[in-house]
Every structure is written in C-alpha cells, then in structure tokens.
Design a binder for this molecule. Structure first.
Ligand code: NAD
Length: 254
C-alpha cells in the first residue's frame, strides 16, 4: 500500500539538466518509482550515458534557454507518449560573484539559464500536462539562496528567488487543472557545482571539510537527498501540496 502512494507507474516525466548531478539522480529516482523518464541536457556524451544507465529512460537534447527546443521536445513527448505528468526544471548554473564583480553579461546568462528556462518550460509544458485530465506535477529547483542570499552569489541568489515566486504564480494558475507546482530549495549538495565553488577557495578539500562541519546534520547533501524530496512532490503522497517551498538542507538555514 505504501509503495502504491510513491508509485509513478504509467506516468511520463521530463527532467532538465539530467546528464549529471542532482538532475541525473532525480531521473533515476523517478524511473525507479515506475515513471517513463526523458532525461534532457546539452551534454551529447554524458546525457546518453546517463540515460543508458537508467532503465525506462531515454535522452533528448534540450538547451533550456531556447524556446524552439522546448516546443520540439514537448511535441515529441506528445507524439510518443500522448501525455506528460511530471516536469522537473533542474538545469542551472551558479557562477560566483558579488554585486560588484558580476557584470551585465553574467547577470543575464544566469537569469536566462536559471529563470527564463523555468518560464519557458512551464508555459510550453502546461497544455500537454493538462491534456490527460489526470493533473500533474511541476517541480522547480530553487536554492536556499532564494531564502538566504549569499553576498558572493548575487546573480544566482536573485535568479533562485525569481524561481520561488514564479513557482507560486504557476501553482495558483494551474491548480484548477490539478496540476501542482512546487519549488525545492537544496542547501549545499556534493556535485560538480559545489566542487567548483569549493575550488574557488584555493583548497577545495579543506573547504568541503568546513562545509560538512558547518551543517547541523554534519554533512553536505547528496543528490539522493534532493531526489527523494522530488519523488514526494511528483507522487500522489503530495496530492494536496502546491506552491510549497521544500527546503532540504540538513538544517543549515535554521
Ligand atoms: N549542488 C548544490 O549545492 C545546489 C544547491 C542548491 C540548488 N542547486 C540547484 O540544483 C540544480 C542542479 O544542480 P547540480 O548541483 O546538479 O549542478 P551541476 O552543475 O552538477 O549540473 C547542472 C546540469 O545542468 C545542465 N545545464 C546547464 N546549462 C544548461 C542549459 N542551458 N540547458 C540544459 N541543461 C543545462 C548542465 O549541463 C548539467 O548537467 C541547479 O538548478 C542548481 O542551481 C544545487
């Protein structure tokens, strides 16, 4: 019975930025729960490799900043499956820089990849998600930086705050069709993104030790910690949950 609540049998899911890191783990978790999962990314090598390792999945190139590519992938899903139940807007970048170090090019690149992508994804996917009449679930990857901005992540913090607000607007708009929209706010999770950030200190290993020690639960996050939260939001266990900001951070924002 419990397993039924988590079951995604018969559901079709699209995950962006799924070639590695958190996105890849989310794709694996959703597939494990029974969904047919389409991984997407801009990684022609890593992307297909990730899909090959996940039973019940396939890979499709999608640059989340390009409207025509969104239209193409949604059309393909409609043609092949006739439905889309779960959309996970996960792709993102986090170049470091405080407000004075961040030039307009960096600002625009971050807003385009982190926010415009979510705007395009939600508005392009909604008509197909609505079509089945079975409701649906959109999950947007924000960050704890949306709630507690970091000086050295000016553009990133602003982009993730925009994702938080956009999520709630979509939640209100789509509720009449039982399509839910929630944001997930990870703390530091050990992926290439965190490694790149730690490397800026000049001693990545020491920085990771410090990050682990600073967390109330004694470690940085693992991609699976986030994927488990996404599974909850994708499944019927969260049938009455929309517009939520699900913080998964080992207590670091408390
Ligand atoms: N790792 C963390 O500590 C952390 C914390 C909070 C939030 N997040 C968020 O979680 C998400 C995943 O982060 P991650 O740590 O796995 O990062 P990552 O850098 O390991 O992976 C990001 C993925 O996004 C893809 N991507 C980048 N630009 C793209 C584009 N234009 N089109 C399609 N795909 C693109 C990359 O190719 C990569 O596969 C991001 O939105 C990130 O902001 C991560």
């Amino acid at each position: 019975m419990m397993a039924d609540l988590f079951s995604l049998d018969g559901k079709v899911a699209l995950v962006t930025g799924a070639a590695r890191g958190i996105g890849r783990e989310i794709a694996a978790r959703l597939a494990q729960a029974g969904a047919q999962v389409l991984l997407s990314d801009v990684e022609p090598q890593l992307g297909p490799e990730a899909a090959a390792a996940i039973a019940g999945s396939a890979y499709h190139n999608l640059d989340v900043t390009v409207q025509a590519q969104w239209e193409d992938i949604i059309q393909t899903i409609g043609d092949q499956h006739g439905r889309l139940d779960i959309l996970v807007n996960n792709a993102g970048i986090s170049p470091a820089g405080n407000i004075e170090q961040s030039n307009l090019d960096l600002w625009r690149r971050v807003q385009t990849i982190n926010v415009e992508s979510v705007f395009l994804g939600c508005r392009t996917a909604l008509p197909l998600m609505r079509q089945s009449g079975d409701g649906g679930s959109i999950i947007n990857l924000s960050s704890i930086q949306a709630l507690r901005p970091a000086a050295e992540l000016a553009a990133y913090s602003a982009s993730k705050a925009a994702v938080r607000a956009l999520t709630k607007s979509v939640a209100l708009h789509a509720a009449k069709d039982r399509i839910r929209c929630n944001s997930v706010h990870p703390g530091g999770v050990h992926t290439r993104m965190l490694d790149d950030f730690a490397a800026l200190t000049g001693d990545a290993e020491a920085a990771l030790v410090r990050l682990n020690a600073a967390n109330p639960l004694g470690r940085v996050g693992r991609p699976l910690d986030i994927a488990n939260g996404v599974l909850y939001l994708a499944s019927d266990l969260s049938a009455w949950v929309t517009g939520l900001e699900l913080v998964i951070d080992g207590g670091s924002t408390l």
